[in-house]
Design a binder for this molecule. Structure first.
Ligand code: ATP
Ligand code: MG
Length: 361
């Protein structure tokens, strides 16, 4: 296997939580960028299976199933296991260790004020029943990222607040343990002896795709998603559910609604997009049904090849193939993360030696 020479190329780290399968929001928000950047970056794509326990501690079977499903969705979407590394969070102990150290660098209230966390508590209806581990995941995510010392983190808009917190952690660590001033320009931290570079978020072409409920972010926990694996029939059924409130084909329509976000996200021909926008805005004999049919055709173009590649990974043979990749990739991922941990612990005067982690065959 051709191990990516991560020392020569800049690095990417990003990931998904196995709380369901991948959807078209993931595609436009992050996945598409991941597929595109595989040539130029050494890519590490995390499966945040430890963090899935923050809301699903009582559903280990579901987490395991979704971990494999997401791995398959990624391969079907064009992630190449020869060039990119799938990172199984639970098998990378450096992440859990760094989470502890980073938790000491962030004031509790700073974590709880994180707007992404607040929104999640609200829209996922967690009330005040969420576990202690739930807000901790935001700190853990800083460790997910920094363990791989990436240059770039391709994410959807909702994750930008988390990346900002991660950047803050990197600066605080560098200041506390290597005396690199927090005001130092982002790009100069490493040259001045910092352990961590300050990674940048890269938001996809559509930072926040609304769900089929027409209002919330498309989110696998909210049941408002079109999965990458959905059949043509299923896609049409889900699109049909999108309600815009428009009453007739001649009523001037609002081209900032969810439907038109889909038009701009998935219809590739700019002339076609412009024509639909123009006719819809004027109410020129065009119903929501017409627009939905065009979106369905465009989605089919993007998803059909993925569906085909995905079918080849179905069943026990597919599971075995994915598990084999995950084991091999865990060794690659641990090589990088252990190096990071060693550098961090050395800066923290915890320099008691290097250890070697290997998956057993
Ligand atoms: P959950 O409901 O469990 O939070 P999710 O659907 O939000 O699931 P995540 O695993 O949290 O998915 O996110 C994976 C990546 O996809 C992140 O970079 C996130 O910003 C991006 N993403 C998720 N949903 C969307 C969306 N609707 N539009 C654009 N990007 C998205
Ligand atoms: Mg999310």
């Amino acid at each position: 296997m051709n191990v990516p020479s991560s020392s020569q190329r800049p690095r990417i780290l990003t990931g998904d939580t196995p709380t369901g399968r991948l959807h078209i929001g993931h595609w436009v928000g992050s996945l598409e960028n991941r597929v595109r950047l595989q040539d130029d970056y050494a890519c590490f794509f995390l499966l945040a299976n430890m963090h899935a326990f923050t809301t699903r501690a009582d559903r280990p079977d579901d987490i395991r199933r979704d971990t494999l499903e997401i791995a398959k969705d990624r391969l079907a979407a064009g992630i190449d296991p020869e060039r990119s590394t799938l990172v199984l969070e639970t098998e990378i102990p450096a992440i859990a260790e760094l989470s502890w150290y980073f938790a000491m660098l962030l004031p509790f209230n700073r974590v709880m004020r994180n707007p992404t966390l607040k929104t999640e508590i609200e829209v996922k209806d967690l009330g005040d029943r969420y576990s202690f581990g739930f807000p901790l995941y935001a700190v853990g995510q800083c460790a997910d990222i920094l363990a791989f010392r990436p240059d770039l983190v391709p994410v959807g808009e909702d994750q930008v607040a988390h990346i900002e917190m991660c950047r803050e952690v990197a600066r605080r660590f560098n200041w506390t343990y290597t005396k690199v001033a927090p005001e130092m320009a982002d790009d100069d931290h490493l040259a001045h002896g910092g352990v961590f570079g300050i990674p940048k978020a890269l938001v996809g072409r559509v930072g926040r795709l609304p769900g089929t409920d027409g209002k919330n972010k498309m989110s696998k926990s909210l049941g408002n998603v079109i999965f990458l694996t959905d059949s043509t029939k299923e896609i049409k059924r889900k699109l049909a559910q999108i309600y815009t409130g428009r009453q007739s084909m001649t009523e001037p329509g609002d081209i900032t609604n969810a439907l038109f976000t889909y038009v701009r996200a998935f219809i590739k021909d700019p002339a076609k997009v412009a024509e639909l926008e123009d006719r819809y805005a004027r109410g020129d004999e065009i119903g929501d049904g017409h627009v939905k049919a065009d979106i369905a055709t465009a989605l089919e173009e993007t998803l059909a090849p993925m569906r085909e590649r995905r079918a080849a990974l179905d069943g026990p043979a597919g599971d075995a193939r994915v598990l084999e990749i995950l084991r091999a990739h865990t060794d690659r991922a641990n090589a990088v993360a252990e190096e990071t941990l060693y550098l961090a612990k050395t800066a923290m005067r915890l320099d008691f030696g290097l250890r070697d982690l290997r998956m057993r065959p």
